[in-house]
Design a protein around this ligand. Structure first.
Ligand SMILES: Cc1ncc(C[n+]2csc(CCOP(=O)(O)OP(=O)(O)O)c2C)c(N)n1
Ligand SMILES: [Mg+2]
Length: 762
């Protein structure tokens, strides 16, 4: 043990032995706050366990047996509020919550928190939380979804989970969180400055301000510092004391009695009145930020010593002594007894198997398929009389061909009717029906509880969806434009996508995230409404990315996406090409070739059961001269090009990739192998676009025919300007024709050299 760790460990024994103990800031007795002597000793034991786990993790790290030493020292007071809440109150936790987890585990039979945490320090595959993938605090039995390292990113989902509790009741659904449950969510003082925290608190307060039931207790564990950066004195109180919609309480987190009392008050306010509480808790940080943190570089030794003297364990010892509950010797023997017990268990934990293969690491990237009965809990096909009512407003249109936006709207109408736990949320999706009418009439049919018009904050929209998914909903959030997902992408990348991985598949947050995007809007809107990059989704393990190019596919693919979420707990991003929403024609005005008839759910089910989970490419044409690989707008342009090429004697097949992650690799290679040439048409930027993956796939695959020539057309590495200038940086039908003719060896007839896009050749 390093000097400082040893010193903190020894100080406790010496100070308790000599009676040199810190002065309490409040004078309370256990009876005042409703705690018995035994309960107080029990809380103290949880604190000591948490402390010795921290010290042990550093011993293990020195021996090469542990790999993550951020601890809870100084924050052990969170044991007291763990006791104030029910173990079924879902808790989204800051990383300094060791004592909380230990205390909560005492409220649930059969728990072994010390062994479990030591297994996680040792990254053993027996670690019951993450299976050895990360040291995370979490437990299915304790209703604690594991949290990753990103500070503040758990607040939006905590807010969403809180909102979902009363929503479940209103919709008569049996949520995973009990109806009278509340949400507990703690975080640090420095984390409170993060925009993610601000967003989640603001959304909570915004809802509460309108008297919406938000049963949540946010606990700011204020130790006055974030790594090396001090929080201005008084900042947290000044900032949150008078915040509209939030109820501020303060407690001395070093004092178990004060903490328990205020936590009980907070609990009551949240549970009985459905009001959100901001519980500000004074803490200290002991043993530095983490094992590797050389605190003396940025703090004076006298400050460090003064902080160490405010050790919450010393404060607890004082309460036990002052109230004649334990003697100094009894306190010390609890301290030493727990220390040696943890050392023994640590040896056992360190000897347990680690993860030994890449396959094993990856096992929980994709969550397990849900038990069929559970998956069907809220699913029921809709009978014809009900559908007739549902579509009464469209009775004159329903049998006519329609464009993508309308068909998708109808598919959502049917899906909402079939899946009672499906809830949509997003900006302007309510009575307005969304910016492009895709959610038109849904709010009217299903009500404001199921089509939630949110405030303007993408992190909150996604957090709301994740939180609802934790409570058994099937959320379909909408991000209004692709460019606006980026300020919230961590909710998808760092939170939703990683949850099964870090929980060894025990937790999941299935959902379908609808995002309107891509370019070609006739020069309108400029870059942020024509964003042509989805690279941000392509490298997220386990995420499914769908992109339909036409209405018929949009209907089938949306049904598949919802089914993937409902039955396989999958996270799906559904990218909708805005420019094709209202497109009706393909080759000439009035030809109506880009419209389709609406296939009813029962008609689709008749095709075959597996067709519903079809994640394959689609193939148009049987030509062998050229295989065009594309998607979205690029596919639409390629279909135009195909007609021109056929007229010039070049016979094509045009592939719509449809599912951009994972790619239907086998289907792509099979089609490519049937042709002499392959042209990839990618409407996204050259760098980071899926054309890179397609080129690599064809180049790397041993099954790709050696004789195929491959070329690609992409957009320029540029943002999209307004007006006709947009088309200078985007692929066009003319370019596709030109490149195709060059590739197959025919001389191009119509070439527009100035709009030639970037391309690569194999
Ligand atoms: C989004 C994000 N930025 C930076 C970090 C690196 N980091 C980890 S902890 C921390 C300080 C957090 O301080 P505070 O919220 O006060 O919690 P404390 O460690 O004091 O309990 C920082 C900057 C991170 N984990 N996440
Ligand atoms: Mg702090």
């Amino acid at each position: 043990m390093s000097n400082r760790n040893q010193l903190v460990r020894d100080n406790f024994i010496n100070f308790v032995g000599s009676g040199k103990l810190p002065t309490p800031s409040v004078s309370l007795s256990p009876a005042n706050v409703g705690l018995t002597d035994t309960e107080l000793v029990d809380l103290f034991e949880s604190q000591v366990m948490s402390r010795h786990l921290d010290l042990q993790s550093r011993i293990m790290q020195k021996n090469g047996q542990s790999f993550y030493t951020i601890g809870s020292s100084g924050h052990e007071g969170n044991a007291a509020y763990a006791k104030a809440f029910k173990p079924t109150d879902m808790a989204f936790l800051h990383y300094r919550s060791g004592a909380f987890v230990i205390q909560r585990s005492k409220q649930v039979a059969g728990q072994t928190p010390l062994y479990d945490m030591l297994l996680s320090f040792a990254a053993s595959q027996d670690d019951p939380t993450s299976g050895g993938r990360h040291k995370v605090l979490g437990s299915k039995a304790l209703s604690i979804p594991p949290q990753t390292s990103t500070i503040a990113s758990h607040l939006p989902k905590a807010m969403g989970a809180a909102y979902s509790i009363r929503l479940a009741k209103r919709l008569a659904l049996e949520g995973k969180i009990p109806n009278d449950g509340i949400i507990v969510c703690n975080f640090g003082d420095a984390s409170s400055n993060h925009s993610t925290t601000q967003g989640a608190l603001n959304t909570t307060a915004w809802a509460a301000y309108q008297s919406i039931h938000m049963p949540i207790v946010f606990i700011c564990e204020d130790n006055g510092i974030g790594i090396s950066t001090s929080t201005p004195h008084g900042w947290i109180a000044a900032n949150y004391k008078n915040r509209a919609g939030l109820n501020y309480l303060y407690c001395d987190g070093l004092n178990l009695l004060d903490t328990y009392q205020k936590a009980k008050q907070a609990e009551k306010m949240a549970r009985q009145q459905g009001k959100p509480v901001f519980l500000h808790m004074r803490m200290v940080r002991i043993l530095g930020h983490a094992g590797s943190d050389a605190e003396f570089v940025y703090r004076k030794e006298s400050d460090i010593e003064a902080t160490e003297f405010q050790d919450p364990l010393l404060h607890s010892a004082r309460i036990l002594l002052d109230n004649n509950i334990l003697s100094a010797q009894e306190i010390i023997s609890i301290y030493e007894g727990i220390e040696s017990r943890i050392a023994r268990v640590a040896q056992q934990a360190a000897s347990k198997l680690k993860i030994e293969t890449a396959e094993h690491v990856k096992q929980s990237i994709i969550p397990p398929t849900l038990d069929a009965t559970l998956a069907a809990q809220y699913y029921k096909p809709v009978d014809e009389p009900e559908r007739t009512k549902l579509f009464a407003h469209e009775k004159h249109n329903i049998s006519k061909k329609q464009h993508l936006a309308k068909l998708l709207n109808w598919a959502l109408m049917d899906l909402m009717a079939e899946n009672k736990n499906m809830v949509m949320c997003g900006e302007d999706i309510g009575t307005k029906g969304g910016v492009y009418n895709v959610t038109s009439k849904l709010c009217e049919r299903f009500g404001k509880n199921r089509v939630i018009n949110t405030l303007l904050d993408e992190q909150s929209i996604l957090g709301l969806a994740i939180g609802m998914a934790h409570n058994g909903f099937l959320p379909v959030p909408e991000i209004q434009f692709l460019a606006y997902v980026h300020n919230a992408e961590d909710q998808i990348r760092g939170e939703a996508a990683t949850l099964p991985f870090f929980s060894n598949g025990q937790f999941s947050n299935p959902m379908v995230i609808r995002i309107a995007g891509l370019a070609y809007q006739k020069g309108f809107g400029g870059h942020f409404h024509n964003d042509n990059s989805f690279a941000v989704f392509r490298d997220i393990p386990g995420l499914i990315l769908a992109c339909p190019s036409n209405g018929a596919d949009a209907v089938e693919m949306m049904r598949t996406s919802v089914k993937l979420a409902r039955e396989q707990q999958r996270l799906v991003v559904f990218l909708e090409p805005i420019a094709l929403y209202m497109t009706k024609d393909l080759h000439a005005e009035g030809d109506g070739l880009w419209m389709s008839e609406y296939v009813t759910p029962s008609a689709q089910a008749k095709f075959s059961k597996s067709a519903e989970l079809n994640q394959k490419i689609s193939v148009y044409g049987k030509g062998k001269n050229l295989c065009i690989l594309s998607y979205g707008n690029g596919y639409y342009l390629s279909r135009q090009a195909e007609k021109i090429l056929t007229e010039q004697g070049v016979h094509c097949r045009v592939i719509d990739l449809r599912w951009l992650a994972p790619l239907d690799e086998q289907g792509i290679i099979e089609q490519a192998n049937l042709c002499e040439n392959v042209l990839i048409v990618d409407e996204c930027r050259q760098t980071g676009s899926i054309s890179e993956a397609l080129f690599t796939l064809l180049a790397e695959s041993e099954t790709t025919s050696k004789d195929i020539k491959i070329s690609r057309i992409t957009a320029h590495d540029s943002f999209i300007p307004l007006g006709s200038a947009a088309y200078h940086v985007l692929p066009s039908t003319t370019q596709i024709v030109e490149e195709a003719l060059l590739l197959v060896g025919n001389k191009p007839k119509t070439v527009s050299s100035k709009s030639k896009a970037k391309k690569g050749k194999a």
